[in-house]
Write a protein that binds this ligand. Structure first.
Ligand SMILES: Cc1ncc(COP(=O)(O)O)c(C=O)c1O
Length: 380
């Protein structure tokens, strides 16, 4: 029997607990497990870095939601990214990264992995030929994309990039944080691994930091599981439980994020103090057709360029009240930020530097008219 997305979000990996029938998976707040005899751990549980039932439930649920074979969860999105890099790459390898990506992801490549001998090239991932031009046959191990990208909301054609990666025996790794598995399932389009900052839409309530990898095949999944244990950046049981509690409502939350974002895009597009609205749902967005092919809807993230340059973008961020000025995204509450000085400050002076007149909104699920009133005031 195959189940729909919302059914999987509520039930996958979350059968009632066998001893008491507890409907919600318990928080197994334990570091270790009593073994029945030397060499006979009960149900295979030895030590909580290696396995924990609460984490197992989350991992199974995320694998089901992404349509993958194995899910692995971590202490943060960056810990998940690091585990993927160190599982797949060796010194001397090369990775293609987006020329628009989360600043922390760029920092991981440019300031950490590069020191260990991993070379990288930034490419415009919305242009398959531009990516093809920088692939180094025999040396490129991963084509790494975000779609939509953070913060410019660029769109990558997942099926075309999967074909390109596989022609070169490379992996296509897709950071699916902005879309969430409800709006887009990269593995269905040929990607090898989906990456998440579960801190964002999956957790959904701005109360827990975490990350996840979902592998399309068992072989890569097992290698990732080995590294998850060997490197040790796992999420704790309470964090796994909070994330699992959040994911149950992912579908309904995403629909409301999208409804609200569509109304706000309409409002901003008509505003005389907004020079440009970046949103893949707009027909004039260069990635719109590709987004229609691979996304259910277009998400809750919107970026805009202010008519008055950097000072104006900062003024809007400072004046907003209901939109909380803060980093992160994907929670039920709306956030506003200035990427150039906040989330993407680490990309200054690099090919990933973002425009200074840019503001980014993470549209929450509040009453949309209140959100529009707040933006109207901030823009006035
Ligand atoms: C698209 C994207 N990927 C990865 C990350 C990193 O995740 P974390 O902050 O959970 O380490 C972020 C964080 O903002 C992000 O926006």
């Amino acid at each position: 029997m195959t189940f729909g997305f919302e059914t999987l979000a509520i039930h996958a990996g979350q059968e009632p607990e066998p001893r008491t029938g507890a409907v919600v998976p318990p928080i197994y707040q334990t570091s270790t497990y009593a073994q029945d005899a030397v060499g006979a751990p009960r149900l295979g549980y030895e030590y909580s870095r290696t396995q924990n039932p609460t984490r197992d439930a989350l991992q199974e649920c995320l694998a089901a939601l992404e349509g993958g074979r194995m899910g692995l969860t971590f202490a943060s999105g960056l810990a998940a990214e690091d585990a993927l890099l160190r599982t797949v790459c060796r010194p001397g390898d090369h990775v293609v990264i987006p020329d628009d990506a989360y600043g922390g992801t760029f920092r991981l490549f440019a300031k950490v992995a590069q020191r260990w001998g991993l070379d990288w090239t930034a490419a415009k991932i919305s242009d398959v030929d531009a990516v093809r031009a920088v692939v180094r046959p025999g040396q490129t191990k991963i084509i790494w994309v975000e779609t939509p990208t953070n913060p410019l909301l660029g769109i990558a054609d997942l099926a075309a990039l999967a074909t390109l990666a596989h022609e070169h025996d490379a992996f296509l790794a897709v950071d699916n944080t902005f879309a969430s598995p409800y709006l887009q399932q990269p593995l269905v389009h040929g990607a090898d691994v989906a990456i998440h900052s579960t801190t964002k839409y999956i957790g959904g309530h701005s109360d827990v930091v975490g990350g996840a990898l979902v592998a399309a095949d068992e072989g890569l999944g097992q290698e990732l599981a080995f590294h998850q244990n060997a490197m040790g950046a796992v999420n704790g049981p309470f964090d796994a439980w909070l994330t699992l509690r959040g994911v149950k409502t992912l579908g309904v939350r995403m629909d409301r994020h999208c409804d609200n974002a569509e109304r706000i895009v309409e409002f901003l597009s008509a505003h005389r103090r907004v020079a440009q609205v970046l949103y893949p749902g707009l027909p004039e967005h260069p990635g719109h057709e590709t987004a229609v092919k691979q996304m259910r809807r277009f998400g809750g993230m919107i970026s805009f360029r202010a008519t008055g340059g950097e000072a104006h973008a900062i003024e809007i961020c400072n004046k907003a009240e209901l939109f909380v000025l803060g980093e992160s995204l994907g929670g039920v509450e709306s956030l506003i930020e200035h990427p150039c000085r906040m989330t993407h400050a680490s990309a200054a002076g690099s090919p990933l530097e973002v425009p200074a007149d840019l503001g980014r909104l993470s549209v929450g699920i509040e009453t949309v008219d209140d959100l529009i009133t707040d933006l109207d005031h901030a823009l006035a």
